[in-house]
Design a protein around this ligand. Structure first.
Ligand SMILES: NC(=O)c1ccc[n+]([C@@H]2O[C@H](COP(=O)([O-])OP(=O)(O)OC[C@H]3O[C@@H](n4cnc5c(N)ncnc54)[C@H](OP(=O)(O)O)[C@@H]3O)[C@@H](O)[C@H]2O)c1
Length: 266
């Protein structure tokens, strides 16, 4: 368990979700410091539980989590110096901000973790991928595990170059799934369903199938095969979706485009 101070810089959507997870998991609010220029009422209210809001840095923290927009990073990084000591770990969830960028903005030899969460973090069901720099100790990995897994699952990689493809798969991935729900509804409307019913069917189907996959130990392909009888309705649809110009090739192009864009942006 974390024993020193834990600083959250930026308590917006992602930072707020992490904070909620930390409190739900029993991290002592008295250890939490929040730096946020325009705190929401729900964040201000945490002061009554002992959370410190925008204090003057009172010495090195054990962990500093940066959850501001990537564009705010150049302005924010210098303001962290009062919190960063030789034993601190700095954890960034900023998209596209590399370990080299973060290291250059911090005192030499600082332990830094770059990570990429996704929006289901808001309900504790995200998946985050983290990459450490060479300074991060096993104990600091454990602290990072504890902090980032409050938003869902956590995977570690050692090769930062994977971050662009990770961003394209899990960072942007929720949008592809929402698009699936939108297009399924539209296809239902095109086949004669009333709009409200089509939207409800698509939404609950995507949500229910996601939950089934979450709870099941079977892989996605087996779950798909389990709803496909030979010569039946699902097989007719899958013959279209799994054709050579079907979903697989579209998805490959989409993820490649997102990977390229991630490289350009960082
Ligand atoms: N949303 C996603 O799907 C997603 C996925 C992966 C990674 N991320 C990363 O998560 C990070 C946060 O995204 P978000 O969607 O949570 O953004 P957000 O809701 O805009 O939250 C950022 C927060 O940081 C605050 N802030 C700005 N400047 C600050 C400063 N100098 N000191 C302290 N706080 C400051 C902002 O305040 P103001 O509102 O007053 O500016 C805002 O409350 C981004 O870097 C993003 O790349 C997001």
């Amino acid at each position: 368990m974390i024993s020193g101070d834990l600083v959250l810089v930026g308590a917006g959507k992602m930072g707020g979700a992490l904070l909620e997870g930390w409190l739900a998991r029993g991290i002592d609010p008295h250890k939490i410091v929040i730096c946020e220029p325009q705190p929401a009422d729900s964040i201000r209210a945490l002061r009554s539980r002992g959370v410190r809001l925008n204090p003057t840095p009172g010495g090195p923290a054990e962990a500093i989590v940066i959850a501001v927009k990537p564009q705010a990073a150049p302005a924010v990084m210098p303001s962290l110096s009062g919190f960063v000591g030789s034993n601190s770990v700095v954890i960034s969830i900023m998209a596209g901000r590399s370990l080299a960028f973060l290291e250059a903005a911090l005192r030499q030899g600082t332990a830094v973790v770059r990570s990429m969460p996704n929006t289901p973090a808001a309900i504790g069901r995200g998946i985050t991928v983290a990459v450490p720099n060479a300074t991060v100790t096993p104990a600091q990995r454990q602290i990072t595990d504890q902090l980032l897994s409050a938003a869902g699952e956590l995977a570690w990689v050692e090769d930062e170059a994977l971050m662009d493809a990770i961003t394209a798969v899990s960072g942007s991935g929720p949008a592809y799934v929402f698009l699936l729900a939108e297009t399924l509804a539209r296809a239902g409307i095109a086949c004669g369903l009333p709009t409200a019913l089509a939207e409800r069917l698509a939404r609950e189907t995507v949500a229910g199938a996601g939950e089934l996959m979450h709870r099941s130990e079977l892989d996605a392909a087996t779950l798909r095969e389990n709803v496909t009888s030979p010569g039946g309705t699902t097989a007719a649809a899958l013959a279209v979706l799994m054709a050579s110009d079907g979903l697989a090739s579209l998805m490959e192009k989409a993820v490649a485009a997102a990977t390229r864009r991630s490289k350009e942006l960082s």
